[in-house]
Structure formats: C-alpha cells, structure tokens
Design a protein around this ligand. Structure first.
Ligand SMILES: [Zn+2]
Ligand SMILES: [Zn+2]
Length: 323
C-alpha cells in the first residue's frame, strides 16, 4: 500500500516536473529505445479531444481562432524554437526571448531547452544510427511520433544547450512545461465565455473555442512540426548532397511557414532563412524581417556566397554520401 502511494507520488511529480528522475536522468537516457504505451496517453488525449467537435459543432469564429493560434504558435516554433533557440541564427532581447519561449510552450511541444537539445542532436547525427528520429533508420512512424513515446528521449540534455540553460526563466519554463499549456487551455475557455456573452451573434461557446483552439489547432500543429522529421527526410527534392536524407518541399514549407526547405537547412543551418531564393516561400523569414524592422530581432544571419555557388553547381541527382 505504502509503495503504491509512493509510486503515485512519483508519477504525479514527474507529470509536473520534467527534470524529476528519481533513478537519475543519465539512467533514463541510457535505456533502450522502445515504444511505451504510458507515454502515448498525452497524444491520445490530444487526438481524442478533436472528436469534441462532434458535440460542440463549429462556427467561423472557432475556425478563425484555431487558424490564428496555429499560425502564431507555428511561427514561435519555427522562428524561435528552431531558428533562434536551436541554431542562434539571429539575436533578440531577453524579454522577446522569454515571450516567444512562452508562445512556443503553448504549442505543447515541451520547453525550448528540451526541443533545442533534441534538435541539435538531430543535426549532429542526421540519418545515422543514433539519430533520434530518422525515417531511413527506424521507419516512418517512429521518426514521426514513435520516438516521443520512448522515455530515453524525455530528459533534457542540458549539456547540449549551455547557452540557453544560463537563463533561469527558460530553465523554469522547460522544467515545468505544463504550466503554460494549462493556462493556455483555461484562457481559451475564458475567451469563449467573453465572445458568447458580449458577441452572441458570433455563435460560439466556451467549449467550442476550447475544442477548436486547444485540441484541433494543437493536433494539426504537432503533426505539421513532426512532418519535418518524417516527411522532410522522405519526400521532396534534394539540391545539396548533404549526406543525410533531407528534402525540399513547397507543400511542407507552406504548412510549416518555411521549414519545408529542409535540405537547404541541413546544408546550412546557421541562416535565418531556409528558403534560399525568392521563389522558395519562407513565411517565418518574412516575419523575422518584419520584426527586425521593428527592432525586436536583429543580426539575421544570411546564406554565404559559397553555399549559393554550390547550389548553382548542384545537380538534382543524389548519391548518398554514406553507405
Ligand atoms: Zn532534419
Ligand atoms: Zn535545424
């Protein structure tokens, strides 16, 4: 009895404290890769929650809220979680850094430090045996979402993100990565309540705004982001012989606000833009340019000439550099 109460306490604390590993984070990190049913529960809740539309119905208001939240959070993920926190491709103030870490946290893809540590690992080992998510090595489904159910990928490797870990506010968000999503969900109920009470002609309700803004928008956002690990290493064209399987795809670029130019990105990850040419649509880059005009971000790093020269000479035929 005592031990089951202790276990329940451990589980409860682990849910809220992402850095809590009684057995030690290194022990967890050294476990074998495996699909773990218990870790599917958050994803199941997220997907089953979308079925709520059958009860709450739809309205244009709810759809617009869902689309808006998709766009804002996708921008926070692509421009900040990826291009800023993971690759430091531009600079910003400590306040903006914190604000976009909070908005990124609203995407329910955990904290910026965990996200960046996993992503830096991906670039170090792209499509090699120890890549965390490689469709060529571990299969499409594992690369897409299976890897997130393996507890060995759960602890944040702070040694991979020392430049970010020196900010206590970022460490706090990363450690207690459920606080922001819970507040986000509650504020959607609040928004729905206000809209229903003061703008009844919009024909929406608190439950409808919650289901569309939280479940539907977040689920589509999650898969959009995960497609870069799975589809962007499987389908599309290759401009650069990068030695991994990364691809360029306009469709994925539109869905993810610019991340679909993944082969470009694997060739040169230090640039704030991933669409290297004007015809490679990269909405996150355009928005970053706009934010730089306002002085919110600065020092956007560009693609060097040597990479453009290489691109001119490149042929689309691709031979894998590795056996
Ligand atoms: Zn990749
Ligand atoms: Zn990257």
């Amino acid at each position: 009895m005592k031990s089951s109460i202790r276990n329940a306490k451990h589980i409860l604390r682990q849910i809220f404290d992402s850095d809590y590993f009684p057995e030690g984070a290194d022990v967890v990190r050294n476990r074998p890769d495996k699909f773990e049913v218990g870790r599917c529960i958050p994803f199941l809740i997220l997907h089953l929650g979308c079925l709520g539309v059958l009860w709450v119905g739809w309205s244009w208001t709810a759809v617009v809220v869902a689309l808006f939240l998709y766009a804002v959070r996708m921008f926070a993920i692509t421009a900040f979680y990826h291009r800023y926190f993971s690759h430091r491709t531009f600079r910003t103030s400590r306040i903006a850094q914190f604000l976009f870490a909070v908005i990124g946290n609203m995407a329910i893809q955990r904290g910026a430090l965990w996200w960046a540590s996993v992503h830096r690992h991906h670039h170090r080992h792209s499509d090699e045996d120890n890549d965390i998510h490689s469709p060529a090595r571990q299969g499409f489904l594992w690369a897409h979402i299976g890897w997130m159910t393996s507890s060995r990928n759960f602890p944040t490797d702070y040694s991979a993100v020392p430049d970010l870990a020196r900010y206590p506010e970022l460490r706090f968000l990363n450690r207690f990565d459920l606080i922001v999503p819970v507040l986000f969900g509650l504020s959607l109920f609040g928004l729905g309540y206000l809209l229903e009470r003061f703008f009844p002609s919009l024909g929406t309700s608190p439950a409808q705004i919650f289901v569309w803004g939280f479940f539907v928008s977040t689920t589509v956002l999650l898969h959009g982001t995960l497609f870069i690990n799975s589809l962007a290493h499987t389908f599309g064209r290759r401009r650069f012989a990068t030695g991994d399987d990364s691809r360029n795809s306009l469709l994925l670029a539109l869905l993810t606000l610019g991340e679909g130019w993944h082969n470009n990105h694997h060739r040169y990850m230090y640039s704030a833009r991933q669409g290297f040419y004007w015809w490679e649509i990269d909405i996150s880059y355009y928005l970053l340019k706009f934010l730089s005009l306002l002085g919110i971000v600065w020092g956007l790093r560009e693609v060097p000439k040597v990479v453009y020269d290489e691109s001119q000479n490149a042929r689309f035929s691709y031979r894998r550099a590795k056996p």
